[in-house]
Write a protein that binds this ligand. Structure first.
Ligand SMILES: [Zn+2]
Length: 103
């Protein structure tokens, strides 16, 4: 599938999960350790959400067992990782309680 349509589909899918994607940039497989050398065909493009940094990859010539659009921005809702922030706050509150002798 052509890269333009894949990027548009990926942007729409991500938007349904609340993400706002940056402009896609092209990944050169031969220069990237993130993509195995045997995948050196087709075009790879990547973007990420301006809010939560969830990423998305599109690949114009996936293997039959691969997907052409994938990534956190497709699988997870925007802001999913705020759970980490909340739990950090919980830990800090628990430490404060310990120090003040309430626990
Ligand atoms: Zn997001």
């Amino acid at each position: 599938m052509n890269a333009r349509k894949l990027k548009r589909d990926a942007t729409e899918s991500a938007a349904r999960r609340g993400h706002v994607l940056r402009r896609f940039w092209k990944i050169e497989p031969t220069r990237s350790e993130e993509i195995p050398p045997f995948a050196n065909r087709g075009e790879w493009w990547r973007s990420e959400c301006v809010h939560c940094w969830a990423d998305v990859d599109v690949h114009t010539q996936p293997m039959p067992n691969e997907i052409d659009i994938g990534g956190e921005a497709i699988a997870l809702n925007c802001g999913s990782n705020t759970a980490l922030v909340a739990s950090s706050a919980d830990v800090l509150a628990a430490l404060r309680d310990l120090r003040s002798g309430d626990v």
